[in-house]
Design a protein around this ligand. Structure first.
Ligand code: AMP
Length: 544
């Protein structure tokens, strides 16, 4: 027997309409590329979204058309999120840090019809003229006064585009499974792969994050996403904040410690979300000023492992509440969040920080399992590690138009293989111990390259370190540690080995250490292990 409740679709348009009505005077603050700091309310945002939706229709955009953005975090970018998905088109966010060939591949693979770009990116697109045959129109996200001289033909100005259109829109009753967003993620090999979100998945992800208890996302909070709108929807914040009624502060292009500090301080930011790398800059600034931004209480750190020392600095030196999260582009993106349950209240701070250094517990609607290499489930005992698989209604069911990429990503039961290796403890806390392609297998036993790297960067003379497995005649693979010394420092191999010997098991010690000036990074700041392995493919480890 079927239930008799209404079957109303879960739509992105319902999020902005809800936020504008119920949380109408909450704020969206943007440090814009033009240099000013701009304020508008949720209600004013909805009015502009409606105008933009009319403008997109006037440009001939239809349901399922792809409309791309290359832009920083700011109110116009958020308006595009809602207007594009609201009319049933697909908001394709593009990472401007990609190499030109990847950008070309992505725009063409997606078949984007219109490209919205921030002023910063006009020169990049000028250089790529002729490379995007499907793009009919480029819109520059600024006002008339700031329109640049450009060699791009027929460009439009964003503010002109909105002008004169009505401030309300009769949103279509789309199928909730209609595509709403598209974001490409780099693979370890081959071309970037497109993750195609639906209206339903965006709404369900927002509801699951909003349901996390004690998480600094209330109407009294003000959240600053350093995590970009161009990379996995700024971890869903544009959608989540309409549900929770949390004001947003967008930092635009200025992500250095001093700029972030001043913006947070000036706008009363209580929570900030981003990857560990950006917080190093903020910590530097906080130390310099011997203060934290006035209202800042909390931080969500994810995207790569939050180092324990970083959590400790924020918590012990500045009295903040650090939450560690893990996720993937393929997961909309948040999978786990590390808010401590009340049984941790009153426990020793170091014990609390030990648990916070884990990646957190699953969101409602995210199922997780760990398996051995034959696919057998492993226990959630906090010590057994295995391949991490996930399943749920906001996790990808297959990459966009990419059968090659889909091969091998799903098991027989339809679970998605994350490529991460993890333990899960009895309380449900996930600990990522490595990425499966990064593991070093020595004599049948795993060595965690992440642990080795984390231990190495604790050495006072090391700025960055990466561990890779190289072939070894006896042990199959042994670790090589690649090290970037700190400016002016001259660490020795023996000195590093002695230091590491106090941090990791003896059989984990690298068989050799190579000093380099720089380690290759992906556009999102992750170490490119494949490139590093390429660099050292002819390197022979000492064998005696
Ligand atoms: P992306 O799709 O670019 O967001 O990358 C997802 C991958 O980043 C995951 O599969 C993990 O390997 C890694 N990752 C994300 N968050 C964390 C975290 N908190 N700790 C360790 N690795 C992480």
């Amino acid at each position: 027997m079927r239930g008799l409740m209404m079957n109303r679709p879960l739509l992105v348009s319902s999020l902005i309409e809800y936020g504008a009505e119920v949380h109408s005077d909450q704020k969206i603050v943007s440090r814009r590329v033009e240099g000013d700091i701009h304020h508008q309310t949720f209600a004013e945002t909805r009015d502009r979204v409606a105008q933009l939706a009319h403008a997109l229709k006037a440009l001939g955009i239809e349901e399922a058309d792809r409309v791309a953005t290359i832009a920083w975090n700011g109110h116009r970018h958020l308006e595009l999120y809602y207007a594009i998905s609201g009319i049933g088109a697909v908001c394709h966010t593009i990472n401007p840090r990609l190499f030109a060939e990847q950008l070309e591949y992505i725009v063409n693979h997606a078949g984007d019809r219109v490209l919205f770009i921030d002023l910063t990116f006009v020169p990049i697109i000028e250089k790529m003229q002729g490379k995007f045959p499907t793009v009919e129109q480029v819109v520059i996200m600024t006002d008339r006064a700031h329109m640049p001289d450009t060699s791009l033909p027929n460009v439009l100005c964003y503010e002109d585009l909105l002008e004169g259109h009505p401030t309300s829109y009769d949103w279509p009753d789309l199928d909730e499974n209609a595509a709403a967003g598209l974001c490409y993620t780099s693979g370890t090999t081959g071309n970037p792969k497109g993750v195609l979100y639906s209206n339903r998945s965006h709404v369900l992800h927002a509801l699951s994050v909003a349901a996390v208890d004690g998480f600094h996302l209330e109407t009294r909070d003000v959240v600053l996403p350093v995590v970009p709108l161009f990379h996995v929807n700024a971890w869903g914040l544009p959608y989540i904040c309409m549900v929770t009624g949390t004001s947003l502060v967008f930092p635009g292009p200025h992500l250095d410690g001093a700029s972030l500090f001043d913006l947070m301080d000036g706008e009363g930011v209580t929570a900030a979300w981003g990857v560990p790398t950006v917080w190093l800059g903020l910590i530097g600034e906080m130390r310099k000023r011997d203060a934290k931004p006035g209202a800042l209480e909390s931080m969500l750190i994810g995207g790569s492992a939050a180092p324990r020392a970083m959590i400790e600095t924020f918590e012990k030196d500045y009295g903040m509440d650090i939450v560690h999260g893990w996720g993937m582009t393929e997961m909309s993106p948040i999978g786990t969040i590390g808010v401590l349950p009340p049984r941790y209240d009153g426990r020793d701070i170091d014990e609390r920080i030990d648990t916070k250094a884990k990646q957190g517990r699953r969101l409602f609607q995210v199922e997780m399992k760990i398996t051995d290499l034959d696919g057998n489930r492993l226990p959630h005992d906090g010590t057994t590690s295995g391949e991490l698989y996930v399943r749920g209604p906001f996790i990808t069911g297959g990459y966009y138009n990419d059968e090659d990429a889909n091969a091998g990503c799903f098991d027989e039961e339809g679970w998605f293989k994350t490529g991460d290796v993890a333990t899960i403890d009895e309380e449900g806390f996930l600990l990522i111990v490595d990425r499966s392609k990064d593991l070093i297998k020595s004599g049948g036993e795993w060595i965690s390259s992440i642990d080795l790297e984390n231990a190495a960067v604790g050495h006072p003379d090391i700025a960055e370190a990466a561990a890779i497995g190289l072939p070894h005649p006896k042990w199959d693979e042994r670790p090589l540690l690649v090290v970037v010394p700190r400016d002016g420092a001259e660490p020795t191999k023996d000195g590093i080995q002695d230091y590491l010997a106090t941090k990791v098991a003896k059989w984990w010690l690298p068989d050799d250490i190579a000093f380099v000036e720089a380690i290759p990074h992906s556009a999102t700041g992750k170490i490119r292990k494949t490139e590093l392995r390429d660099m050292f493919k002819d390197y022979v480890l000492p064998t005696d």
